[in-house]
Ligand binder design. Structure first.
Ligand code: C2O
Ligand code: CU
Ligand code: CU
Length: 436
């Protein structure tokens, strides 16, 4: 609803029973329903107001993952919504077109609420939409398709919700849903599809590819479009990350988007982390006729060139050492601010993983660039193009991020940085910073 220049949304977190697989009902949570939440959408320059009501029996929050906004509107553990209460966030959208998302962030309870279904997409458009003109499919639900990936656990025998496997990376499910649907199928009516894929799982990575071969054309990452469509055989997405990919469909084609085995650099624990699992995610049937106009040669992502790949001379360098469940040896304390950054600064954040487990690193309130990945395995850079807010860091790797901070200052209310494996986050693998 738009009134007086403000785009308003209402979300109500609730719970219920949902039959996610034929004959198998799960205890679920959702916004404005019992599982997942509506796609919110706003354009750059618009003021957004979201009233979030907590219809759960426990406290929650609503966090706008990837959004550049004032810390007090960010929906972190500091903006807790008690049972029955409504919290309203308001901010002006000031960042490039992107596939963002929202989810709860209550301290210590995030995994439980997200895996039960509290998650939704938040799409940002440019003020003047040039995506369609550039040849990018942009008709939501027709050729521009959201795809939220989650794993759930079904007990052996397949008739009841089962226990999840507790792995070193968190809880893993044995069944994967796309938009809440097992063995999802999409009958395309056009020869070129754009999939906006979100990994909304707690701990599982998805290594996207097409079964039987064929390329995915990467056109967007967490914070917006990349400069040029890039053909990739695989796109690895860790929890919280997004990828926008184009798929070309010949008339009558039948293709399957699948998650393939991958390498997390965890040695003997690789299997425990789910890296050896494969799942079909979405079967796509092509249109009866029609020929694709082709993959666009370039994309309207002008701001990518405005930030140099490296930080400015003399930039502050900060190091974040990822331990088993800590960052720089510390775990989260609500009343401790770990660091302060001057508004508008561009800093170099070096994230090193000295533990035996893969982690991923997420920063609130900003979009950063991945400058380099060093260590045993520099793979995966292709999918790190463009603006990012979450990045996978394997054991032994060190990842350099160029982070431009925004102009929203608040000396008292912090933003978070944390591991986005939700169990690690809940265990306190998180720190806080202010922008002053
Ligand atoms: Cu997606 Cu601090 O979270
Ligand atoms: Cu976030
Ligand atoms: Cu972690």
């Amino acid at each position: 609803e738009v009134a007086g220049g403000v785009r308003s949304f209402r979300l109500k977190a609730g719970s219920g029973l949902t039959e996610l697989l034929p004959g198998v009902s799960f205890r679920t949570m959702g916004y404005n329903g019992t599982f997942l939440g509506p796609t919110l959408r706003a354009a750059r320059g618009e003021t957004v107001r979201v009233a979030v009501t907590n219809g759960l029996t426990t406290a929650t929050t609503a966090h706008w993952h990837g959004m550049c906004l004032p810390a007090a509107q960010d929906g972190t553990p500091h903006q807790s919504i008690s049972r029955g209460e409504t919290w309203t966030a308001e901010w002006t959208v000031d960042q490039p077109a992107a596939t963002l998302w929202y989810h709860p962030h209550p301290h210590g309870q995030t995994e439980e609420q997200v895996v039960r279904g509290l998650a939704g997409l938040f799409l940002i458009d440019e003020a003047v939409d040039d995506a369609g003109a550039a040849g990018l499919p942009s008709e939501y639900g027709v050729d521009d398709i959201p795809l939220i990936l989650q794993d759930v656990a079904v007990a052996s025998g397949g008739r009841t919700e089962g226990g999840r496997t507790q792995a070193p990376v968190g809880r893993l499910g044995n069944t994967v849903l796309a938009n809440g649907t097992h063995q999802a199928h999409f009958a395309a009516s056009t020869p070129l599809l754009r999939l906006r894929v979100l990994n909304a799982s707690s701990a599982r990575c998805y290594n996207l590819g097409l079964k039987g071969g064929g390329r995915l054309w990467l056109v967007g990452t967490d914070g917006g479009l990349v400069p040029d469509p890039t053909a990739l055989e695989r796109v690895l997405l860790s929890p919280g990350e997004r990828a926008e990919v184009l798929v070309e469909l010949a008339p009558g084609a039948d293709v399957v988007l699948r998650s393939f085995t991958h390498e997390l650099g965890m040695g003997g624990d690789e299997e425990l982390a789910g890296a050896r699992d494969e799942f079909d995610l979405l079967r796509i049937s092509g249109p009866a006729g029609g020929v694709s106009a082709g993959i666009p040669a370039s994309l309207p992502a002008p701001e990518l060139s405005s930030l140099p790949a490296g930080p400015p001379q003399g930039a502050t360098v900060r190091t974040f050492n990822l331990g088993e469940k800590s960052i720089n040896g510390a775990t989260m304390a609500m009343d401790r601010i770990d660091l302060s950054v001057p508004a508008g600064a561009v800093e170099l954040w070096r994230v090193e993983n000295s533990s035996d487990h893969a982690h991923n690193f997420h920063v609130h309130g900003v979009q950063f660039r991945v400058r380099s990945v060093t260590g045993k395995d520099g793979a995966g850079m292709a999918a790190q193009l463009g603006w990012k807010d979450t990045v996978l860091v394997r054991p032994g790797e060190s990842v350099d991020l160029v982070v431009p901070f925004g102009k929203h200052t608040d000396p008292d209310v912090p933003y978070m940085y944390h591991c986005h494996l939700l169990w690690h986050e809940d265990q306190g693998m998180m720190g806080q910073f202010t922008v002053v």
